[in-house]
Each structure stands twice: as C-alpha cells, then as structure tokens.
Design a protein around this ligand. Sequence first.
Ligand SMILES: O=C(CO)COP(=O)(O)O
Length: 255
Amino acid sequence: MKRVPVIAANWKMYKSKDEALEFIFKVNQAVPSNEVVESIVFPPAVFLNLLVKREGENLRIGAQNMHYADEGAFTGENSPMHVKTAGAEYVLVGHSERRIYYNEVSETVNLKLISAFRNDLIPILCVGETLEIKEEKRTQEFVNHQVEKALINVDKEYIPKLIVAYEPRWAIGTGKNATAKEASGVITHIREKIASLYSKELSEEVRIIYGGSVKPSNIEEILKEKEIDGALIGGAALDPENFIFFTQVAEKIKK
Ligand SMILES: O=C(CO)COP(=O)(O)O
C-alpha cells in the first residue's frame, strides 16, 4: 500500500514573528506538492493565523496542542474550533513534552484524538518510551499500550486519517536517535497493534513516522526503511534549508 510520506516540523516554543514569516516565505515555494509529500509546520498557536494567510498550496499548518472540549472555562487553552478557524489542518496529540510537563495522560490524549477527528483535524498521535523503559526492554509493550489507550472509542472510519509518531523520549532533543532499524521494528509492531484493534487493511493506511534527533545526516537512513512513513522533527527543522532538504529526501526515497 502506497502511503504519502509526512515531513513535519514541530517548532515548539521557538521563533519570533519575523523568523516565522521568513521560514514560511522560503519554504512555501520550495517543498514538493502535497500529493507527493505532506509537509507540515507546527508553529506556536499565536502564529497559526498569521502563517496560514501566507500559505501557498503545499505547506500545511498544524497546532501543537488543543483542548478536547468544544468550549468551556479553560483559561489559556484553545478549542478545536479555535485552532481550526486559525487555519490548522493538523494537531499534535500527546507529545511527550505535554505528557511530561503539562499532565497530559492517556485519558486526555484519547479525548483529544476523538475531538480532533470529530472536528475534521488530522491528529498526529505521539507515543514513545523513556530510557528506563527501553533499558528494561519494555518498549513495545509500553508503546502498544499508549496506542491502545489513545484509540479507545475511535471509530474505524477515522483510522485512514490517523498519523502516529513514534518518538522515543530519550531521543528527543538529545542528539541520540533510535537507529533506523530500531525505529522500523517498533513501527512495524505499532501497525500490527492497530491491525489487531481494527483490521490489517485499515492499519496499512495509517502513516507511522519517526521523531527524535532527526537531522540532515540521518534522514536518508531513516526514510529508507519501508515501514517509516516520514519524520516529526524538532530542532533541526527550525532551519528552512534543512526542512526543504527533509522534504526532498522524502520525495526521492518514497516515490
Ligand atoms: O520532539 C520532537 C518533535 O516533535 C523531536 O525533537 P528533536 O528533533 O529536536 O529531537
């Protein structure tokens, strides 16, 4: 089954307004068409509107987080409607930094996933183990459990839209990436888990990507793995030239 590769830049809490605009200006014309590579940028929420107005045809914009409720007394939060009307088409759900610093737990991850689908946003569900769990050789058990919990009550009609990012926590921002083979192994098992929850056919439509210290020097090796459908990149994708390079490698390898 052919799956369109995904190259996603998670800006986290970086970039000034001018830097954000400069990035979009440089990248918009340079990335491959959306049918060939889905190129997505996740800026801080306050920039969503600004960046979408400048959007060309190819670069897509997503939110780094959202609340699961449609509205409510939740000071400081953005609803799915807010991020959607600001122009987001995608949303990161369950990023490890949200899980570590903001009390994101499997129940809220699950509610956000359901809410994203209901609001016609494409979620990138982030999963990944700590170093401790890896050393205990419990990676697969842990990651499969995260996937299973996240997908509770998610209707099968939405599964083809799902994107999962396998981001081992020990690899995020550390310069230490999982080897391509390691990542591919975990991703294969995630797909099997989704097959066991839904069906093999549906599981083959899900894009499963890798994140954690992806950089220009390792992107080729990672994307050469058939099971890895793209990358979610932090630090290295803040540079527009790098981002363009990542999309070009995806276009070349996944064609
Ligand atoms: O958290 C990440 C993407 O969501 C990965 O960050 P780094 O690429 O900086 O390791």
